[in-house]
Design a protein around this ligand. Structure first.
Ligand code: GRF
Length: 195
């Protein structure tokens, strides 16, 4: 039985598309059963619908400052769709310990840096400013601390002379699109578990 996966997005959803493409393979151990966005205008929603995938919007703005009310609505959507695993893919909301603990060991995130380096935003700009020779992407289980939690897969790219934020981001994004499907495959197949 394929594991039912929800992909949570806030924007264009290119990682979501990479997961959808990978999951089309017959031997892939997961199916993308649902895409949820916290932003009604996220471009990725239309792309998911065009693939025939169920979508939902849980708009965080509706809940004002009440993060838990937002997360309860999100959780209800996941339960309703009998979701087994959650993939955060450019999902730009910090999650509370309540939600993280509920999905502990069943929620993955992709981060555009070689964690534990460059947690948080603007990773490519910060990597260039730091003068690192290597940068990359990481897929990890989500834990209560942001961009923390057991690493599932990681891949480096070189930082090249003359790189701009855009050129470096594009090189990392290519890696992300390969890495996330590989990591989800391992988790869905039960080959890797959080420590
Ligand atoms: C990716 O670089 C991801 O690692 C980061 O946000 C970006 C989302 O891009 N967290 P997309 O929506 O998957 O195209």
């Amino acid at each position: 039985m394929k594991k039912r996966v929800a992909v949570l997005i806030s924007g264009r959803g290119s990682n979501m598309m990479a997961l959808i493409e990978a999951a089309k393979a017959q031997d892939y151990p997961a199916e993308i059963a649902l895409v949820v966005s916290n932003r009604p205008e996220a471009l990725g929603l239309a792309r998911a619908r065009a693939e025939g995938i169920a979508t939902a919007v849980v708009d965080h703005m509706v809940f004002g400052k009440d993060r838990q009310a937002f997360e309860r609505a999100l959780d209800a959507e996941l339960q309703k769709n009998r979701i087994a695993l959650v993939c955060l893919a450019g999902f730009m909301r910090l999650l509370t310990p309540w939600f993280v603990n509920r999905w502990s060991g069943r929620m993955l995130n992709i981060h555009p840096a070689l964690l534990p380096q460059f947690k948080g935003l603007d990773t490519h700009r910060r990597a260039l400013a730091a003068g690192v020779k290597e940068h990359g992407a990481t897929v990890h289980f989500v834990s209560v601390e942001m961009d923390d939690g057991p690493i599932i897969a990681q891949q480096a790219v070189p930082v090249l002379p003359g790189d701009t934020e855009a050129s470096l981001a594009a090189r990392v994004l290519e890696v992300e699109h390969r890495l996330y499907p590989q990591a989800l495959r391992m988790v869905a197949a039960g080959q890797i578990r959080p420590a």
